[in-house]
Design a binder for this molecule. Sequence first.
Ligand code: UD1
Length: 349
Amino acid sequence: MRVLVTGGAGFIGTHTCLLLLEKGYDVVAIDSYINSNKKSLQRVIEILKSNKTTKDVSIKIFNIDIRDKKKLDELFLDAQNSGQPFKSVIHFAGLKSVKDSLSNPLLYWDANVKGTINLLNIMNKYKCKTIVFSSSATIYGLSDDEILSENIEIKPINPYGVTKAVIEKLLNDIFDSEPSCWRIANLRYFNPIGAHSSGMIGEAPIGVPSNIFPYITQVASGVLDKLTIYGNDWPTRDGSGIRDYIHVMDLAEGHISALKYLVKNNHQIINLNLGTGLGTSVLELVDIFERANKIKIPFEFSERRKGDSCKVIADNSLALSCLDWEPKRTLKEMCIDGWRWQSLNPNGY
Ligand code: UD1
């Protein structure tokens, strides 16, 4: 089966492309490379070629920004003319920094919302009406609930989160306009960390990371001096914030399961939390990382970070019941795999 992956060169995109190819999908990946590296998908091909069980690697890669209507249209037209039109899209392309979205909301609306409108227009034109969308638990904002289910109120508190929520709303409107045509899954990610076990692909943030895991791995490799933990006075078991960390390979598997689910079931739109359902504090994460990799992570406490929640844990029961999927990898594996990637690639790709 042929699938178009937008943002295929990004962190979750590369891991998902690898799995799609391993499972025999015919992948067309596009990326603007604004926030990613051309080497990442080449590494995916290298992993597959070094794996003797993989036969042919069927991937085509194009440098296309989803805001470029003309190039997108040409891509869909070429696919149609070749007799292999796109039937489904996994849509990762977009910007993802909360901080940058606060200082440059226009850019975030343009890249995420306008880019997705372009993509949906072209999909509609070429009658490609199945989409798995890369959403985020960030759309729940500062919820009073600690275990978040899909039906709680959507109230994002930053422009990045707003763009994800607006796209979900748009997808709902599109579905309602033609309910017998569209198949849509909004996948709301919790905190993806780790890397593929080969150490060949992983997260490569540009500049100083704002997320905890790449920060820890960069402290471990000596790129950064010490970790700053935002708050030791949260009402949690040890005073530090609690999150639901999920291995990026489990998340990638969730995309393929969601795509299969859409294809085999009736037309629908479904929102799914992809997390483990387990909460881990910052101090616990640091401790597991240190013990798993036998490396000390120096840290200090600071004030709470503005806009942070105390606890964010997925109620993943809907995904577990609908999809043929469950997260399988432990926090220890996330820490070992993430560190393998960082130690083999201290400067990213
Ligand atoms: C953050 C974003 C969220 C986005 C997600 C993407 C904010 C407020 N939220 O979520 O919108 O979807 O990343 O992955 O930016 N921490 C430290 N020190 C650090 C970094 C983080 O102590 O240097 C703590 C945080 O306070 C939090 C936990 O680590 O308790 C996880 O933080 P982070 O990795 O930034 O993820 P989120 O805050 O959950």
